[in-house]
Design a protein around this ligand. Structure first.
Ligand code: DON
Length: 577
């Protein structure tokens, strides 16, 4: 049963930003942030939801309800997270997936902590320069659209593995709500309808028959039944991960790749393995942060940022020139390291201990000029040889799960697997497809993240868990939005533990983003006053007003239960009992 604690009216904010990532040589790839927010274009009330026992906050109220249903049937937070993950693949096809991958961060009430990395990997036939046009030397769009854009999916391996190790219910039981939603259908809401209307990629591929019947996008209010996806989910429910990586589903996937010029083979699928890793454990003013290690950059970059900020006590107030400047300079320094030094730890030596150390942060903090912006140095490549969705889950025992999963771009590569009924990711674009050239998020990355067969592409996903000074869970949070995942997740955490905001206020508060290159501070309306903007410009910051920086879903422990808040800028729902 849901109790709505409060509803806060906010003025509507237009979120019509187009981020333009300039490809080498002038070809341009644009990422519409409105699209990343599920097609929503308004900031609406945050709708914090209170529940005594368990809570799920995700970008689909139906998927959150699937997780809550499983907890009410006796499942724990991991059972609920897996139920929500599979349900998102049905009700939020924009980003929820079985054709993509993600990261899950688990903290059990008995003190066990773990993270599972089910990031996609480059197919065995991938090559370093596969997206560079040999004639022009310029980067093509093939890492973004079409059959070559996909990494080998990890979602099914990751979710089934997490369930086997930390769940308490059988896979078939946990998947039942997702199967029901696919088989019986659900009513298309305005967010899904709007995102289909705005999509230019899906209509080019086989998914158009389902999502664009008679050539028109599904309208809000129609029922979407996904019989092929239901069959695929039933096969997975019966056979486990083998039902995806071998057999009919694998056959359909490989056949589609072969027909369309893709390179994923049966061998790629058979070899895929999710990896258990140790969470990065760091502290910030007495709180403990559990964050995601590589192959995501999320945890290192958040930790480095917060370690730098910890050197300044107390931080200036939210919205002030001083605070905005320090946050920007901390993000800048952490992203410089991220973009140059991080990659899949199976392929590159990641200086994790150094980058997450307080001593290192102290030296970086000492280099911050309190009155002038530092310019980001040009990227030193020569010196070296969307769409996503986050959901948070908490159960009655205090187990929590923070999961981010993605197809990368909205509907991934656009390629839909006939007979199996799902979209493939376009995660290959997260590699530095041409080191030194911006990817679709404008990230300029180096050799550490170059393409190698079998390698995981560097991610920014940052599913995070924050413990209070007694070691009890305080926050479960994360976001979608490429590199803006890192800045938004850090800001939500800071808003709660540094600025003492409620979770609803912390999520609603206007956001900032700086990723070192481009050397621009992006900010949402209301992040600071015009006077502060003038001061920041005078200090040397280049400012760009933008809308909808990232899409977060979070849970906070409060007296007697949990508060869940879904992204106020987008669609979704927090559902508890
Ligand atoms: O792993 C990453 O960092 C990206 N593939 C995430 C993409 C993303 O968040 C897009 N959408 N909102």
């Amino acid at each position: 049963m849901l109790n709505r604690v409060s509803r806060v009216a906010l003025s509507l904010v237009a979120l019509a930003l187009i981020v333009t990532a300039c490809r080498h040589g002038g070809a341009r790839q644009t990422v519409d942030i409105g699209t990343y927010l599920g097609g929503e274009a308004k900031l609406v009330a945050a709708e914090p939801v209170f529940a005594e026992h368990g809570m799920v906050a995700s970008n689909s109220a139906l998927a959150s309800a699937a997780g809550a249903e499983i907890m009410q049937q006796g499942g724990n937070a991991v059972d609920a997270a897996v139920a929500t993950g599979f349900a998102l693949a049905v009700t939020y096809p924009f980003a929820g997936n079985i054709g993509g991958g993600g990261f899950m961060n688990i903290a059990m009430a008995d003190g066990r902590t773990a993270v599972i990395d089910y990031r996609e990997i480059a197919p065995l036939a991938a090559t370093r320069d596969m997206y560079v046009d040999p004639a022009t030397g310029k980067l093509t769009n093939k890492s973004v659209v079409g059959h070559l854009a996909s990494g080998v999916p990890g979602a099914v391996a990751g979710m089934t593995e997490a369930l086997a190790k930390y769940g308490s219910l059988p896979l078939a039981k946990v998947m039942a709500p997702a199967i029901r939603l696919a088989r019986e259908g659900f009513v298309v809401d305005s967010a899904l309808a709007r995102s289909l209307r705005g999509n230019r990629i899906v209509p080019q591929f086989a998914g158009k028959t389902l999502f664009y019947p008679n050539g028109e996008p599904l309208a809000a209010g129609t029922r979407l039944v996904q019989a092929e996806l239901a069959r695929t989910l039933e096969t997975i429910a019966a056979k486990g991960a083998a039902g995806f990586y071998t057999g009919e589903v694998a056959d359909a996937l490989v056949a589609k790749m072969q027909r369309g010029g893709g390179i994923i083979t049966h061998e790629d699928l058979k070899r895929y393995k999710a990896e258990w890793r140790t969470p990065i454990r760091s502290t910030y003013r007495g709180y403990t942060l559990l964050t995601m290690p590589p192959a995501s950059s999320g945890g290192i970059t958040m930790t480095e940022t917060m370690n730098i900020l910890e050197q300044f006590a107390p931080l200036p107030r939210f919205g002030s020139t001083g605070y905005t400047h320090l946050l920007t300079e901390a993000f800048r320094r952490a992203f410089i390291d991220r973009n140059e030094k991080l990659g899949d730890p199976a392929f590159v030596k990641v200086p994790l201990d150094q980058l997450t150390s307080k001593t290192y942060a102290k030296s970086l903090a000492a280099g911050i000029d309190r009155t002038h912006a530092t310019k980001t140095p040009a990227f030193k490549v020569a010196a070296e040889p969307e769409h996503t969705t986050h959901y948070s889950v908490a159960d009655a025992k205090g187990n929590v799960v923070s999961t981010t999963t993605t197809l990368n771009g909205g509907y991934g590569s656009g390629v839909w697997i006939p007979r199996a009924g799902f979209f493939m990711n376009n995660e290959m674009d997260d590699f530095a497809a041409q080191p030194g050239t911006p990817n679709m998020f404008g990230l300029v990355q180096g050799e550490a993240n170059a393409i190698v067969p079998g390698k995981r592409m560097l991610s920014a996903m940052a599913p995070t868990i924050v413990l209070d000074s007694e070691g009890k869970v305080l926050l479960v949070v994360g976001a979608a939005g490429g590199p803006r995942i890192i800045t938004t997740t850090t800001e939500v955490v800071l808003n709660v533990i540094e600025h003492r905001m409620s979770l609803a206020d912390a999520m609603r508060a206007p956001r900032l983003h700086h990723q070192s290159l481009p050397d621009t501070l992006r900010y949402e309306d209301g992040a600071f006053s015009d006077a502060v903007a003038d001061s920041l410009r005078a200090m040397g910051h280049s400012l760009q007003r933008t809308g909808g920086l990232a899409n977060a879903n979070g849970i906070m422990r409060v007296n007697g239960g949990w508060i869940g808040v879904r992204e106020p800028r987008s669609s979704g729902g927090a559902v508890g009992y």
